[in-house]
Design a binder for this molecule. Structure first.
Ligand code: 13P
Length: 305
């Protein structure tokens, strides 16, 4: 059954001259069929460099919007129109304008998990992979407004020692992972290395050995001599970790850490997307022009690892 669907996707992809990009949180079968998989930073860079005219984005809306802004003129398709990001929806452009008024002179850094309108109101955009490097590159005497993820924001403030105003947004999937989950997993696997995403809560991060984006987790596991890893992020990444490191064991910190939006993409929806060229994600020219300035900076700053 899957074999037939995969063949159909292959044919349609050729007909449409499309490239398929998939985030590390996608279902395993979708990661396997994609031309490129990666974290938010890696996928944005890939999107900006591809020759393909059509990009099928297997991820959530802000990722497809980012591709549309970075590649004006290309057709960007999101196979499920309801695959959104609740974290990105936690701040509006109007709320950010009010925050800027309250903090005159501050520089605004937005996490890529944000709407195009919020990116347009920001000076810089970052992902979890390069947030620390980006903030470190900003003038030391300026206050930084960081939106919308408070947990990533606190991690950056701690690593950089900068004065930061944080917005109280959070990822509903990452906050499901608790301190008790980590303690229980460590009790069962005392010699495992704990890798946590910076979107996790502070008590969870305090118990982690490494705080990493999903792409950094893949790089870290490949280089590490450890054979067991407790993984505190959305469980989709475990597929890629196991595939790339078949000798090692990867334990999900919590089986509840499943992003319902990432799992909305299916093989059948990718077929529908390529057949009917839907759902096209577009950003108005005015918003895209302003958002692109903050995004261009993001794809230029390479993470340390
Ligand atoms: P990464 O950039 O680490 O892949 O994270 C993306 C994301 O959406 C986390 O919720």
């Amino acid at each position: 059954m899957n074999e037939q669907l995969l063949q159909k996707i292959g044919k349609l992809k050729e007909q449409r001259k499309a490239v398929i990009l998939a985030h590390n949180y996608q279902p395993g079968e979708i990661q396997d069929l994609a031309d490129f998989t990666g974290d938010s930073l890696g996928l944005s860079i890939k999107a900006s460099q591809t020759d393909a005219q059509v990009i099928v984005f297997c991820g959530v809306r802000f990722m497809a919007e980012t591709a549309a802004i970075l590649c004006p003129g290309k057709t960007v398709l999101l196979p499920d129109k309801f695959a959104g990001c609740p974290l990105a929806d936690m701040i509006t452009a109007q709320e950010l304008r009010q925050l800027k008024q309250k903090n005159p002179g501050a520089l605004v850094v937005c996490y890529v998990n944000s709407s195009a309108e919020v990116k347009a109101e920001s000076d810089y955009c970052c992902t979890s992979a390069n947030a620390v490097e980006l903030v470190n590159s900003l003038p030391a005497d300026r206050t930084i407004i960081f939106v919308p993820d408070q947990h990533l924001g606190r991690f950056v403030a701690e690593r950089t020692g900068r004065d930061m105003v944080l917005w109280p947004g959070y990822c509903p999937t990452h906050v499901l992972i608790t301190e008790d989950d980590i303690k229980t997993a460590k009790g069962r696997y005392p010699d495992a290395v704990v890798m946590a995403h910076p979107e996790c809560t502070e008590p969870v991060k305090a118990l982690a050995d490494q705080l990493l984006s999903t792409g950094q987790m893949l790089k870290f596991a490949a280089k590490s001599p450890a054979q067991k890893f407790i993984v505190a992020t959305e469980i989709g990444i475990i597929h890629a970790l196991k595939k790339q490191n078949p000798q090692a064991e990867f334990i999900a910190a919590s089986d509840r850490a499943v992003c319902p939006n990432m799992k909305k993409i299916t093989l059948a929806k990718i077929i529908g997307s390529l057949e009917d060229m839907q759902y096209r994600v577009t950003v108005s020219e005015e918003i895209a022009k302003r958002a692109k300035k903050s995004l261009d900076r993001m794809v230029e700053i390479l993470p340390a690892r």
